[in-house]
Design a protein around this ligand. Structure first.
Ligand code: AMP
Ligand code: MG
Length: 362
C-alpha cells in the first residue's frame, strides 16, 4: 500500500531539554499549505509546555480568533503542567508527600485521577501511575537524563515492587485524596499529555473552533478538517529520523506514540526505556514504539504505554480489554505489527516500506 503523501504534521520531538527551552522563542505564523492542488490557509502556533514543543494548527477562523483561543489553551496547558509535575515542586508533589506519611492531600482535578484508576484496571495494572517511586529510582524524575548514574540494584527494585503500589489503593472524596498504601507516589507522565490535549480540543470547540490539530510532542489530537481535506499526520520512525507512516484522520481522533527513542537512559552501552513494567520494576523491553489511535487522547496515551509493557505476547489481549481499535507496534528489529483495521489506515512511504505483520482482528 505504499503511496506518496503530503503531511500536515510530523509527530516528533517528544521531550526537549531545558537548554533548548531557553533558546526557544514562541512563534506565531500564518502560512500557506499546498495540499492536493488546492491552496488553504492554516494558522499555526508553537510553544513550549509540558517539557515539550506543542504545535497547534487551526483552520477556518480568523487569525485574531485563533490567537485568542490559543492563548486560552496555552494558559490551561501551563496550569495542568504545573499541577501534575512529578518532580518539580507542584500540587502533585505535595499530594505525594502527604500520601507517603499516611495523610490525605488535595488534587483540584480529580477527574484525571478517576480516569487513571479506570485505565489502570482495564490495562491489568500495566498502566500504573502509582509507581512514581520506581520511575524515580530508575533516574527518570529529571529533565536532563544522566547516562553515567549507576543503575538501581535488583534489591532496591524488588523492595519497591514488593510494596505493591496500586491505583486502587487510592480513595477519593471530593478533592481529598488518600492512599491506603504509603508506597503510592503518583506520576502522570504516561497519560497527562493525552488528557491535556483532550481538554485543549474541548476548549477550542467551546471557543467556536471546529477544525484543529494539537500536537504535544508526539501526542496528537485533531478535530474537523481543512475545508474538504482531512488532516494527514506523519508518525516518526523510531530509528530517530524520517517518517514511519502517514495516517489520514477521521474527525475527532487522537494519535499517540510511546517510544524508547527519545526519553531513555543509556548505561554502559545498554539502553533503558523510561517505561517501567510494574510487575518486575524493570524497564520494558522489545518494542521501540507503539502507536494507538482512539478518539480519547487520555485512553490512547494510557494504552500506548500499557501495550509497550504488554509486548508482542500480550498486546492483543490488553488492547481489546481497553477497547482500542487501532494499534501499530515496532519491535527492536524494525518489524511493524498492526491489527487489520490499522493496516488499512497507515500509509508507508514508497521508498521505505518496512516488514509488516498483520495480526488477527482486535
Ligand atoms: P509514555 O511516553 O506516554 O509512554 O509515558 C512514559 C512516562 O510514563 C514515563 O516517563 C514515566 O513518567 C511514566 N511511566 C513509566 N512506566 C509507567 C507505567 N507502567 N505506568 C504508568 N506510567 C508509567
Ligand atoms: Mg502514554
Amino acid at each position: 500500500m505504499p503511496v506518496p503523501f503530503i503531511l500536515d504534521i510530523l509527530i516528533q520531538t517528544k521531550f526537549l531539554t531545558k537548554t533548548f527551552m531557553k533558546k526557544f522563542i514562541s512563534i506565531s505564523i500564518l502560512f500557506v499549505l499546498l495540499l492536493n492542488g488546492c491552496t488553504q490557509q492554516v494558522y499555526q502556533k508553537q510553544f513550549y509546555v509540558f517539557g515539550t514543543l506543542v504545535g497547534v494548527s487551526i483552520w477556518g477562523v480568523s487569525t485574531e480568533e485563533a490567537d485568542t483561543a490559543v492563548d486560552v489553551i496555552i494558559k490551561d496547558l501551563q496550569l495542568m503542567h504545573h499541577q501534575w509535575h512529578a518532580w518539580d515542586p507542584s500540587p502533585l508533589t505535595d499530594l505525594n508527600q502527604a500520601m507517603a506519611t499516611g495523610k490525605s492531600g488535595i488534587l483540584t482535578d480529580t477527574a484525571l485521577l478517576i480516569q487513571a484508576q479506570q485505565l489502570y484496571t482495564l490495562s491489568d495494572g500495566l498502566f500504573n501511575p502509582a509507581i512514581g517511586q520506581l520511575i524515580s529510582l530508575w533516574g527518570f524524575h529529571k529533565d536532563d537524563l544522566s547516562h553515567t548514574q549507576a543503575l538501581p540494584s535488583q534489591k532496591q527494585i524488588s523492595a519497591l515492587v514488593a510494596l505493591n503500589p496500586r491505583m486502587d489503593d487510592i480513595q477519593i472524596e471530593n478533592n481529598q485524596v488518600l492512599s491506603h498504601n504509603r508506597a503510592v507516589q503518583l506520576d502522570f507522565g504516561a497519560f497527562a499529555k493525552g488528557y491535556a490535549i483532550d481538554r485543549a480540543i474541548k476548549t477550542l470547540r467551546q471557543l467556536g473552533i471546529q477544525n484543529a490539530i494539537i500536537n504535544a510532542g508526539g501526542n496528537l489530537k485533531a478535530m474537523g478538517k481543512k475545508g474538504d481535506t482531512s488532516w494527514v499526520i506523519g508518525i516518526r520512525h523510531p530509528s530517530g529520523s524520517g517518517i514511519l507512516g502517514g495516517v489520514v484522520l477521521n474527525g475527532e481522533e487522537s494519535v499517540i506514540t510511546s517510544g524508547n527513542y527519545e526519553r531513555f537512559r543509556e548505561y554502559q552501552g545498554v539502553r533503558y526505556s523510561h517505561i517501567i513494567d510494574p510487575r518486575t520494576g524493570n524497564p520494558a523491553k522489545g518494542l521501540s514504539s507503539v502507536t494507538v489511535i482512539a478518539q480519547s487522547g487520555a485512553l490512547a496515551d494510557a494504552a500506548s504505554t500499557a501495550l509497550t509493557i504488554a509486548g508482542l505476547k500480550d498486546w492483543h489481549r490488553i488492547a481489546r480489554q481497553m477497547g482500542i481499535k487501532y494499534v501499530m507496534l515496532v519491535d527492536d528489529a524494525g518489524i511493524v505489527y498492526v491489527n487489520p483495521a490499522m493496516a488499512k489506515r497507515v500509509q508507508f512511504p514508497a521508498e521505505q516500506v518496512p516488514t509488516i505483520v498483520v495480526s488477527e482482528p482486535l
